[in-house]
Write a protein that binds this ligand. Sequence first.
Ligand SMILES: C[S@@+](CC[C@H](N)C(=O)[O-])C[C@H]1O[C@@H](n2cnc3c(N)ncnc32)[C@H](O)[C@@H]1O
Length: 413
Amino acid sequence: MPCERDSTLSASAAYEHVFELTVMLVAQCTFGGHNMSEATLAPRPGVLWPLESHTEAKHRLYKRYLDAWWPILLQTPSIRRVTYVDAFAGPGEYEGGEDGSPTFVLDRLLNHISRDLMVLTRERVTLIFIEGKKSRYDHLCKLLTARFGPLNDLPVTVIVKHGRAEQDTLPLLQSTGAWGWPILAIFDSWGNGVPLNHLEAIARNRSSEAIVTFGPNWFSRRESEDPEKLDAVFGGREYWQPSDASALPAERRRVWLATYRDAMLRAGFKYSLPFQVVPATGLPLDLVFGTGHPSGVAEFKAAMWKVDTSDGTRYSDPRTSIAKQAAFTAGQPSLFDGDPNAPDAELLQFVADSLQTGPAPLSHVREFLLRETSRWQEKDAPPAVQYLINEGRIKRDPPAGRLTRTTMLRWVG
Ligand SMILES: C[S@@+](CC[C@H](N)C(=O)[O-])C[C@H]1O[C@@H](n2cnc3c(N)ncnc32)[C@H](O)[C@@H]1O
């Protein structure tokens, strides 16, 4: 069954198919040792699927972010416990042999360039992988053991659970003693979505973050097939509206993503960044990151900027088109076009947006870029503001001298 793409199965049929009604026990995989043969790992049909380009683009971002996340936390001696949970883990690899998220996350942690400085112990570091389909769970267990050796011998705790994200994530975080210490939770939610109470619990927890992804057309399919699912995902019927049937599909998708961003903020994350992961070819994927800390936002954006996008992959901000559309509506279709030396038009547009409610200091523009845009960082504000001053579009007070956080700015258009 392909992952993260439209399925011809109805949602309920698909998930009856996926979940086997067995008693689900927490189990650490303890299959054999290193020398698992290729034949032992040969998957049954329906276990693996081809790596799609949007998933590959998503993986690039995860790798960059986690490469930064582990050492930030684990090089802080006062942090006694760190938990990573991948609640829709998958089988650990793709049909072409490419690593799935559990595999590369564990691999990059164990082989991290700063490993010696991170004090990895089984008490301190826990990775939890939950997979709903028994055959994929079995494959993941075998694969991790073949690749890394018996999981009980690793320097970190690895728990692989055959279960359901929406039933097992919170109890596992409880039973492993994760609460009270930093958690990064990844919900590649495929068909199911994540009940908002999960995100509320994680948002409330100290220094914790979540990433939720949605396959193409996830929201519009649920809207017609399974509105109760959307109620759980958004926290109630009052928090979502059926799409405007007259709107273009891309616009509908932007509205859904904005609605989900609001849900993440309502769940308690102070910052929430929505992205469209747009591969060079193939369908895009929606991703929303939630964190309580400006430093989390800064690191996530930094990771995004570091990803190699030379093949044409883009991590785009769903707000951009809306902002641009607003500018179009206001009769400024070519506001920043045509100047090869201008900073990025999207950045300039957001700086303009930040000053639409009236004069404000540079610190406000910086905070706006950090909080309200997916790609732009605080440090991007001064050069963009200076460009717009030179262009006569922003007036500053005082009119001369160094641009500082307290310099007042007024949009004059
Ligand atoms: C998007 S794929 C996993 C991708 C993987 N995280 C990666 O990036 O390589 C989603 C996986 O979640 C599993 N799944 C679907 N619904 C689930 C649920 N409610 N709980 C746990 N796993 C689920 C599917 O069987 C599938 O293997």
